[in-house]
Design a protein around this ligand. Structure first.
Ligand code: ZN
Length: 191
């Protein structure tokens, strides 16, 4: 229900179709908020388009004439849309978001990766890549390898989520996380 006109308002709708008031519901998940399908393999072009469309809609210039209450709602929705966009754009954060939603649906309240350790093979890989970096291996070559591994890992995650294999998705998210940190460290070494 709309707080302003008490008219009907469907779940996930940001603007009241009757009176144009901004919704004061801040519990939509990030996919619903941005009007995206709830999948790991998101359409990044659509994500950009949706983000820009919604931020234009909620721009403060459009809310000069309204009550301070509605201005506040518009600002809060806008801030949440920023959060949602940054989260869904990022390969690791998007995975964590889906994992949390799946855990929540299954009645679990723990943090997405709580109690999850790197798989032994991944731990071994992390050691050997770190060793290469420390021992002065060619950073550009190493970076190329790591970027390739990240792409493979993202593809694996797409498969995990399609198959609703959340346990495996957690493992692969851990792997992607360490690869991302490593990528950053290689860049730092190259700078
Ligand atoms: Zn309304």
């Amino acid at each position: 229900m709309c707080w302003a006109c008490k008219g009907p308002m469907q779940q996930g709708v940001l603007i009241c179709p009757t009176c144009d008031a901004v919704s004061n519901c801040f519990t939509f998940d990030f996919f619903t908020l941005l009007g995206m399908d709830m999948v790991y393999n998101v359409d990044l072009k659509k994500l950009d388009d949706q983000y820009l469309k919604l931020q234009k809609l909620l721009h403060p210039d459009n809310y000069v004439q309204v009550s301070s209450r509605e201005q506040l709602y518009a600002a809060q929705q806008s801030a949440r849309i920023n959060d949602a966009y940054e989260t869904l754009k990022d390969d690791v954060d998007r995975a964590l978001c889906l994992i949390s939603m799946a855990d929540h649906a299954a009645g679990k309240t723990s943090d997405a990766l709580e109690g999850v350790a790197l798989a032994p093979d991944d731990l071994e890989l992390q050691f050997s890549l770190r060793e290469l970096l420390q021992n002065g291996a060619d950073a550009a070559t190493l970076l190329k390898d790591v970027v390739k591994m990240m792409k493979t890992c993202v593809k694996k995650l797409q498969k995990d989520f399609v198959e609703s294999d959340i346990t495996q998705a957690k493992q692969d998210t851990m792997k992607l996380k360490f690869l991302k940190v490593l990528e950053k460290d290689i860049h730092a070494q190259m700078a």
